[in-house]
Design a protein around this ligand. Structure first.
Ligand code: PMP
Length: 440
């Protein structure tokens, strides 16, 4: 059990915090000075004058970007989105300077909520200024003391914090393991018991569409069936999957053939495929109405920046072809092709790559955390920027480099990245499988 190593490490807090963790943090703390497109400009180093001023050095390095979540490439200037975002900035300013109920609701917020609900096939939606807050603030409004949360072991920190803050009882099931989910449910209730005759006021199962550390899809059809059988609500976080997968970008429901009506609470963020900021909840009219009256993050937080809202509306229109072009469909096809090509090439080289085909999130297993800084630095030396992750985001000895691919990456860029990663893989001895012979 690799997770068993974590407490041992924590017992040596001094070692962990001063040495290992500092080295891991050092890997990619470099500011960037351009849009996070297929390539971006990275500040080589910066000096901090006794913590008084932060002085970027003039050395800027243009790097291939394999780390951002801009799956459809919308984080870069776009011929349809950008002029509209600039217009909205001129019209509304960057901030509404008030909450949704105190004058902070613009026409754009209303329009966005309609677009999101239609895109997801739900009756209504509510949007928030930050994805993280959407989870951490909404879950406690949905469930509290006397309720039961059953959460996938790899759920994102914002879900975990929302669950902990709710006061509900929390049970964790092994990642994507249907038999364990059912076992946990069976322990808590008898099959077929009506919702009103159970020891729990409410049961919510929390899952993600694509898991951000493993790059795999939630087994949604089976989980929906289990939730129906035990009359539990299902809460689906589509931060990484919405806009990125499915024939028309509608996420795991579309990809895996699940009727959106079977997912009670749909959550997602706009910070990945839509190249913007914020998060949403989509569901029934009653659910959204309830959240609008009760959720503190709706009532007391400043609303989403209007230009951010315009960016999302425009990106959705491009995805649906409402800009009058087929760019949206091409982007979706491209991110899928890029992901499947890159994954299979890495596997042919002998790397251990986890996650599912079609997923743009592609972890290369390093295992040993000591390899992390070397992997990141050796790639960067050759102008390839890769995000590396380890504890506490993953178990300590399951360190990995996490590649995120975009529709913006060209074939030439992917070939260059593969060449660099292959060389670094040889240098660090992390090709754990034998390579397939090259075809000539
Ligand atoms: N949910 C998941 C699954 C995430 O991966 C993230 C962040 N990457 C969030 C929520 C938080 O979203 P945001 O970064 O938009 O605040």
């Amino acid at each position: 059990n690799l997770q068993g190593y974590v407490p041992i490490c924590l017992a040596h807090e001094d070692f962990y915090q001063r040495r290992l963790y500092q080295r891991i943090r050092d890997c990619f703390e470099r500011p960037i000075v351009s849009a996070p497109d297929a390539s971006f400009d990275v500040v080589e180093r910066y000096s901090n004058d006794n913590n008084k001023t932060l002085k970027p050095t003039t050395r800027i390095r243009r790097c291939l970007n394999l780390g951002s979540y801009s799956y459809l490439g919308f984080a870069a200037p776009d011929e349809y989105c950008t002029p509209r975002v600039i217009d909205s900035l001129n019209k509304y300013s960057p901030s509404t300077c008030s909450s949704r109920v105190d004058g902070g609701t613009t026409v754009l917020h209303k329009e966005l909520e309609k677009h999101v609900a239609n895109f997801l096939g739900k009756q209504d939606a509510i949007v928030f200024g930050m994805g993280y807050v959407t989870n951490s603030a909404i879950i406690p409004v949905l469930i509290g003391k006397g309720g039961l949360i059953i959460s996938d072991s790899l759920n994102h920190c914002s879900i975990v914090n929302g669950a902990r803050g709710s006061g509900a009882t929390i049970r964790v099931f092994q990642h994507n393991t249907l038999s364990h989910l059912e076992e946990v449910l069976r322990e808590q209730i008898s099959e077929g018991q009506p919702r009103t005759h159970r020891p729990w006021k409410k049961i919510i199962v929390l899952v993600e569409g694509i898991y951000s550390m493993d790059g795999d899809f939630c087994k949604l059809p089976e989980i929906v069936a289990i939730c129906k059988k035990y009359k539990a609500y299902i809460y689906l976080d589509e931060a990484h999957s919405i806009g990125a997968i499915g024939k028309t970008g509608r996420g795991v429901c579309e990809l895996l053939g699940v009727d959106p009506a079977d997912v009670d609470i749909m959550m997602g963020t706009f910070t990945k495929s839509f190249g913007s900021c914020g998060g949403y909840i989509a569901g029934s009219k009653e659910l959204i109405q309830y959240l609008k009256y009760t959720c503190p993050a709706h009532l007391y937080a400043t609303s989403m920046s209007p230009p951010a809202a315009e960016q999302i509306i425009s990106a959705i229109k491009v995805i649906l072809g409402e800009d009058g072009t087929s760019r949206g469909a091409q982007k979706l096809a491209r991110v899928r092709e890029n992901s499947n090509f890159f994954r299979s090439e890495l596997q042919k080289m002998g790397f251990e790559v986890i996650g599912d085909n079609d997923s743009p999130v592609m972890p290369i297993m390093l295992y040993n955390p000591a390899k992390i800084p070397a992997f990141s630095r050796e790639c960067l030396k050759q102008n390839v920027a890769v995000v590396v992750v380890s504890f506490p985001a993953t178990p300590l000895l399951l360190a990995r480099a996490r590649i995120c691919l975009s529709a913006s990456h060209t074939k030439e860029e992917l070939l260059k990245a593969l060449e660099v990663i292959s060389q670094v893989g040889d240098l660090l001895g992390i090709k754990y499988f034998s390579a397939e012979p090259k075809k000539h």
